[in-house]
Design a protein around this ligand. Sequence first.
Ligand code: CAA
Length: 389
Amino acid sequence: MSLPIGIHDLSFASTEFVLPHTALAAHNGTDVAKYHVGIGQQSMSVPAADEDIVTMGATAAAPLVDRCGKDRIRTVVFATESSIDQAKSAGVYVHSLIGLVPSCRVVEMKQACYAATAALQFAIGLIRRDPSQQVLVIASDVSTYEPDSPGEATQGAAAAAMLVGADPALVRIEEPSGLFTADVMDFWRPNYREAALVNGRESVGAYLRAVEGAWKDYTKQGGRSWEEFAAFVYHQPFTKMAYKAHRHLLSLCGRPADRDTLERDLGRTTAYNAVIGNSYTASMYLGLATLLDQADDLTDRPLAFLSYGSGSVAEFFAGTVAAGYRTHLRTGANHEVIARRRPLDHAGYRALHAWSLPADGGDHSTPAQTTGPYRLAGVSGHKRLYETR
Ligand code: CAA
């Protein structure tokens, strides 16, 4: 049997602020049931002016280093589609903020919401080569659409940090993977834009085609049979999308898509995403955190993962939950990430949505709005300045 490699520790962070969908619905004149029931979202995390993918990524990663140490981390892979620099990896800032050793490689990966899964697979390959090493994978994103657009209600922000290593305490990632790529323009963000562009209907169809393609390839590669999976963890741009995808696969496999089946397979994977919103690369891994925190004992149970990134790439793979995993969960801290956010009214949210760092090359401080351990203090000569509290 090959050496078990996978997720040894998992932590996540989100933002200082939260906008309840009731406030968005009141502003838009939308029936709030469209948000609560139609897309399955309750609220969205909103970054403060002094927060970004680096501060969230460092906040998510620091507890892993506190618990497991830093000496074995020789690689950091930062997955994002909200990149802050075209050259320098956001991971280098995190490497510095959390005090990792210099003998380390750091790189940024991109393929929309899928990149964290590419990072995880890359990490597994490195650990297979040298099982004494660990890889820190950080998925951090801020989802931004135009105000008053259909995508607005699916915004969100979070970072998930995973320590990947041999003999993992949480989930052993398995082979094979089912893969799928198709060149589609369902969702994209040209370098000169802050907000993503999206063809909403096309994006839902592209997601479903990718799920189908990845599942078909997974079965062709000799993967596990459907009945073996205890739960299915999907990328969740909004939580109802996971239900659409699962119904699609159930129908493809000739299985009934009744309410009980859907709740059993997915019901325990959506709680965090429903209140955080779309965190792009982090979303599926927040789904895993929710599941592990909520489900009855999953020891030795296989889980199915479906990672999707617009554009589009998808991967279907399995992971088996490790014995003793419950002693490594961060359930209390995870609840606190959600509970500590301060509610915004609609005007406050719109002011933050319109905020951006000055791009004139001057010296600018950001308003001190955050209370977390790391903050973006300002910008000077086009350089971002971070602060540790
Ligand atoms: N009560 C209950 N349900 C209601 C309702 C009400 N009063 N009003 C509407 N609904 C339901 C609708 O019936 C619909 O349900 P179904 O999809 O099951 O038919 C649901 O609420 C949404 O309503 P609409 O389809 O009318 O919503 P919309 O067109 O305004 O927006 C969207 C939907 C296009 C997906 C939009 O949210 C969007 O553009 N989102 C961003 C793109 C996205 O998330 N795509 C997902 C796949 S791409 C991906 O996964 C990558 C990624 O992260 C971006």
